[in-house]
Design a protein around this ligand. Structure first.
Ligand SMILES: NC(=O)c1ccc[n+]([C@@H]2O[C@H](COP(=O)([O-])OP(=O)(O)OC[C@H]3O[C@@H](n4cnc5c(N)ncnc54)[C@H](O)[C@@H]3O)[C@@H](O)[C@H]2O)c1
Length: 250
């Protein structure tokens, strides 16, 4: 477990899957956590899990694709806890599996709007909060699809490559402010979101067969990497895209 005691952490998409596991991991490491999700009740559920385990959490709604909503969520966090030290921008959506020429512009724009512009908006309001604290860390949850192609996922792969690009530029631009910015690139991970996409397909068996470790990731495995990157144990790590993929990239 990474030591993030006395830190204030914000996690988007924290009502489910990797986001929920990340919020729980932050709390276990001693951080106060702002649990944010577009779904109010699942966010509240995560915050309750943290408080029941003796941790500190508040929950709130955010739509990362909406600038006013993001600004308000960051402001609420800073007001409630007196500042912000770490943010994990995890919220994202899957796309329809379709080759590019069969994808509508609406679908392309929806996926890029939430995944890429949404991550941009979160960083836009988190970075000044971290600057006024004198430093901090951001982790963006990209995907192995941010590093290489996933067949039939042009919008998702373009958005996730974009997140890796945003991460690198911010790492360079904000290093003088003591702010580290990294990406985590999970391979297939057994979350509610993944189970929905995989339902009725042979995706689990297919993915297991091509993964050197022979199984899919748990949400906790991606979460542990994200919280480690936010901790002082990763104090010289910035601008990387860390695969958590059971050896797939190798
Ligand atoms: N599960 C995987 O196999 C996998 C692999 C690689 C990358 N990822 C990435 O990890 C992240 C989390 O995925 P997951 O599998 O845990 O998903 P999930 O569907 O289980 O959870 C996603 C959460 O994000 C929230 N959300 C969706 N749109 C939002 C918005 N506009 N504003 C705020 N919250 C919103 C949802 O309500 C949900 O609680 C995503 O960015 C996803 O692309 C997942």
């Amino acid at each position: 477990m990474s030591d993030v005691s006395r830190r204030v952490a914000l996690v988007t998409g924290a009502g489910s899957g990797i986001g929920r596991a990340t919020a729980l991991e932050f709390a276990r490491g001693g951080a106060a956590v702002a649990v944010l999700d577009i779904d109010e009740s699942t966010a509240a559920g995560t915050a309750e899990m943290i408080r029941n385990a003796g941790g500190q959490a508040l929950s709130g709604t955010v739509d990362i694709a909406d600038e006013r909503s993001v600004r308000a969520a960051v402001e609420r966090t800073v007001t409630a806890y007196g500042g912000l030290d770490c943010a994990v921008n995890n919220a994202g959506v899957a796309s329809h599996h379709r080759q590019l020429d069969r994808m509508t512009l609406d679908e392309f724009e929806r996926v890029v709007r939430v995944n890429l512009a949404g991550t941009f908006l979160c960083m836009k309001y988190e970075l000044p909060a971290l600057q006024s604290r004198g430093g901090g860390a951001i982790v963006n949850i990209a995907s192995n699809g941010g590093l290489y192609a996933i067949p039939h996922a042009p919008a998702y792969v373009a958005a996730k490559h974009g997140i890796v690009g945003l991460t690198k530029v911010a790492a360079v631009d904000y290093a003088p402010d003591g702010i580290r910015v990294n990406a985590v690139c999970p391979g297939p991970t057994r979350t509610p979101g993944f189970e929905k996409v995989a339902a009725g397909t042979d995706m689990v068996a297919t993915q297991e067969a091509i993964t050197p470790l022979g199984r899919l990731a748990t949400p906790q495995e991606a979460a542990a990497a994200a919280v480690w990157l936010c901790s002082d144990a990763a104090s010289y790590v910035t601008g990387i895209a860390l695969s958590v993929d059971g050896g797939r990239r190798a």
